[in-house]
Design a protein around this ligand. Sequence first.
Ligand code: AMP
Ligand code: MG
Length: 460
Amino acid sequence: MPRLPSAPQLVVLNKPLAGNLGLEFDGLTSLEIADLLSGKKMPPGAYPIAQAYAGHQYGHFTGLGDGRAILLGEQLTPSGERFDIQLKGSGPTPYSRRGDGLAALGPMLREYLISEAMHAFGVPTTRSLAVVSTGDPVFRDEKLPGAVLVRVAASHLRFGTFEWAAAHRKIDQLKALADYAIQRHFPESIDAGDRYLKFLQNVIARQAALIARWQCLGFVHGVMNTDNMSICGETIDYGPCAFMDAYDPATVFSSIDRHGRYAYGKQPSIAQWNLAVFAEAILPLLDSDSTQAFEMAREAINGFQVEFDRAWLHGMAAKIGIFDPQAADEALIRELLAWMHQARADFTNTFRLLDPEQASSSVDPTFLAWDAAWRDRLSRQAHSFAESRQLMHEQNPRVIPRNHLVEHALEQAWSQGDLKPFDRLLEILTNPFDASMELLESEQQPAPAGSARHQTYCGT
Ligand code: AMP
Ligand code: MG
């Protein structure tokens, strides 16, 4: 059961999401909603549980579980979809190990902001329904205000959930879990003859599509441990994640990722490694002959690269206005990235400033050579420059959650009780492609030169 918070107060509520979920809050006061979304009062029909799972953390196998999260239950929406509703930061569970099971207000607002921005960017992700401050302190390096995040997910089944079942050598449970996941996330393959191989291929395809979206936005997850990888291909567990400013494949934000295992440029290969761990967990389901099962898994895992490359090429090509990418376009994209790397150009703004309908104002000869080749390529497709521009504007956000802006908004919220910067950031980040949204220059620019390179911290 969730811990009873002493004075829950609603800090932010996602009304459109509540509406989509079919949650009826009309007629309830803000305090009554806070009670329901903080664990103080159980919503009718709730059946609170903490889930067990395992995972490879930084390459090493560990037994884990929801250490500070409690699943309240599943919500069937008016349109017939099923979502988990989970409280994060709601007190200790049997899986808390040495942790207190709690969360501080700043990091929960951070997850709210970034997950809702990801959703607005069109990236599959868990959503955030609310943040409720508990009225109780949380002790980290300092005393901080505590909070609960209400997270909404297509499910909380992780790669690590399957690793848990495999590690306990409970084949019947592993099979039941896989059948449940197939039923819930890939119902179209429920009757397939080789349903577990199809399951593996589906999980691989969703991961490839997801990681390609991350790469196209400059998103660095930061903790791609297998326990933080959702089986249905949603981005989950927003810890030390952040968006790149200047393009650099070595970008890392997590203070504990000292070797850059989860750097931006490594995310695709790490995803493939994670998938291999997942495949290993379900090997006994693929074939009773272990050599045969291994071969099936190996072939499926090799397919990741093909799927990822295709999704990446389509995503990146659309960012530069190409509708129907050809293999040769990869070189054009890589040349732009190489220039951005060397020029330390801002990833987001470089794409947003490219305009097929206007001559470049750059004086950089390397960039101008690329620009000419790019325009030449656009002139050879069956779409006008205006159509390319439109495509680009749908793909390239005007704003991203830049770390210095996020940190400022969070600090104002938790230390001053001033939610204005948070609300403003949320407003612009949930409308990132809207050209009519008036933006300040400071909302679009990277952190001022010379400011400390930003890091975020685990154990949030
Ligand atoms: P993460 O790397 O953030 O995904 O966390 C790894 C594991 O630690 C998960 O099983 C979490 O539930 C658990 N955990 C993280 N923070 C806490 C906390 N404050 N108390 C208890 N468990 C925690
Ligand atoms: Mg986690």
